[in-house]
Design a protein around this ligand. Structure first.
Ligand SMILES: NC(=O)c1ccc[n+]([C@@H]2O[C@H](COP(=O)([O-])OP(=O)(O)OC[C@H]3O[C@@H](n4cnc5c(N)ncnc54)[C@H](O)[C@@H]3O)[C@@H](O)[C@H]2O)c1
Length: 443
């Protein structure tokens, strides 16, 4: 019997999500064509180089380029002619002047692709969008595509974590699909067959529930982080230790220990903008009070940045003017070069604006940080960043910083003072080596 024709997959938008998705779909054995409007990204991916830092992705990319299953293009006509299934993976950032999501990239995909669809196609949205977007886009595809009703859309939100992108795409903890179309469901079941076979939960629901699963998951995670950071604020007022408090809470399996690490709080290209877009959408829907708690979640998160700055200022006598400050960390989290809404760079830039000379080091995010924050100084090693510093701030918990030797750093700083913004170091050990050690939520 002839082998069944394999589905041909297009991935529209090859950033952190899309490049990972394209490479992993090829790894599952599909023929994949990735598209982006950014020529340099496409040139880089085509030559086997991932244009951002994501552990393990370059290997998967090259394996599948070599196998001939994966290609990249900037040409929508090529994609329309090639693919049976189109995954939408473009960005949905926060609008410049409001909390709402900026949907211009998602809309551009529809407006460019739809008029080129002359044959049946399944569209699967993966970008994080406000509830109601998918139904609107489905109608627009039907209206604009020459193939009309034969173009059907489902939404399958993405839950991958940057720095675990490959593993999370190949082995997600669940797959959610919003659709009312049997054909869309059948196509997704075919794409996810090996994952479904391995017992990965596959949940089919309506479009709006699928959209809501993603934003409510992020709202919950943000709330958990801000909850423990609120406890840190209370601990600071009474001299209690939030690390011990969090540890004690974590043994209760109704609470659990994940996302319960007190510190400088969340950032990145997802959590902050997703909870804000969720609030903005709730306002439009007339249910703003249901999500008013997220305003406080966001405010607690912002206050941690201010508090970190206050602690550092207190350590050097009340003013940053003319002082030398060393900052360890630029990415929003370790094992990533993503600096979108990075708490570390926000803190570094504020301290710089208060008159200090700030030097930042990060193992992977220096190039991105230099482009976005030209006013800061950057160093290529940890020791260079803290040389002559009157206070050091640890703001992203890279292993290199967790494992730092207080004696080695102590030899080059001007004063042995450290603010551990991530509760990543052992306070007793650092104090025993002569450092003044301060952290959020601890005596
Ligand atoms: N990064 C993550 O960990 C993650 C996880 C889950 C969900 N998401 C969601 O996935 C979406 C993408 O996020 P990301 O982090 O990959 O963003 P990103 O900015 O890294 O990538 C978006 C890509 O889309 C491209 N693009 C813009 N307009 C285009 C168009 N008209 N046609 C084709 N390509 C276009 C951009 O050039 C860019 O490469 C967002 O909605 C985000 O919320 C991201």
């Amino acid at each position: 019997m002839a082998e069944k024709q394999r589905l041909r997959i297009a991935v529209l938008g090859t950033g952190y999500l899309g490049a990972t998705h394209a490479a992993c779909m090829a790894d599952l054995g599909f023929d994949v064509l990735g598209l982006d409007t950014d020529q340099s990204k496409i040139a880089s991916l085509s030559s086997g180089r991932v244009p951002f830092y994501e552990p393990g992705l370059e290997e998967v990319l090259n394996r599948n380029l070599a196998a001939g299953r994966l290609r990249f293009t900037t040409d929508y006509a090529e994609v329309a002619a090639f693919a049976d299934v189109h995954f939408i993976c473009v960005g949905t950032p926060q609008q410049a002047n409001s909390n709402a999501a900026d949907l211009r990239y998602v809309d551009a995909v529809v407006d460019t692709l739809a008029p080129l669809l002359t044959r049946p196609a399944v569209i699967i949205g993966k970008s994080t969008v406000p509830v109601g977007t998918a139904a609107r886009l489905a109608a627009r595809f039907r209206a604009l595509a020459p193939a009309g009703e034969a173009v059907e859309l489902g939404w399958s939100p993405e839950f991958l974590r940057e720095s675990h992108g490959v593993e999370d795409t190949l082995n997600p903890n669940r797959i959610v699909l919003g659709t009312d179309s049997p054909r869309v469901e059948q196509v997704m079941r075919e794409i996810c067959a090996s994952q479904i076979e391995r017992g990965i939960p596959f949940l089919v629901t309506d479009l709006q529930t699928a959209e809501l699963v993603k934003v409510s998951a992020n709202a919950f995670l943000a709330t958990k982080i801000s909850f423990i950071n609120a406890m840190a604020e209370v601990c600071e007022a009474v001299g209690a230790d939030v690390i011990q408090l969090a540890k004690a809470l974590s043994y209760d399996d109704r609470i659990g220990g994940k996302f319960l690490g007190p510190g400088l709080g969340f950032g990145g290209g997802c959590l902050p903008k997703d909870i804000r877009a969720f609030m903005a959408r709730a306002d439009e829907l007339g249910v703003e009070s249901a999500l008013s708690f997220l305003r406080e979640v966001d405010a607690i998160n912002q206050r941690r940045r201010a508090r970190t700055i206050d602690i550092a200022r207190g350590l050097i006598g009340g003013s940053f003017a003319g002082r030398t400050v060393g900052v360890l960390g630029a990415s929003f989290k370790p094992n990533s070069d993503d600096i979108r809404d990075s708490p570390a760079l926000d803190v570094a830039a504020t301290i710089n604006s208060l008159g200090a000379r700030v030097t930042v080091y990060d193992p992977e995010a220096l190039e991105n940080a230099k482009r976005a924050y030209p006013q800061l100084n950057f160093a290529h090693t940890m020791l260079e960043a803290v040389r002559d510093a009157e206070v050091v701030l640890l703001l992203t918990e890279w292993a290199e910083f967790r494992d730092a030797d207080p004696d080695e750093l102590g030899k080059v700083v001007a004063e042995k003072r450290i603010v551990d913004g991530r509760n990543a170091l052992d306070p007793d050990y650092w104090r025993s080596r002569g450092w003044t050690y301060r952290a959020l939520g601890r005596p």
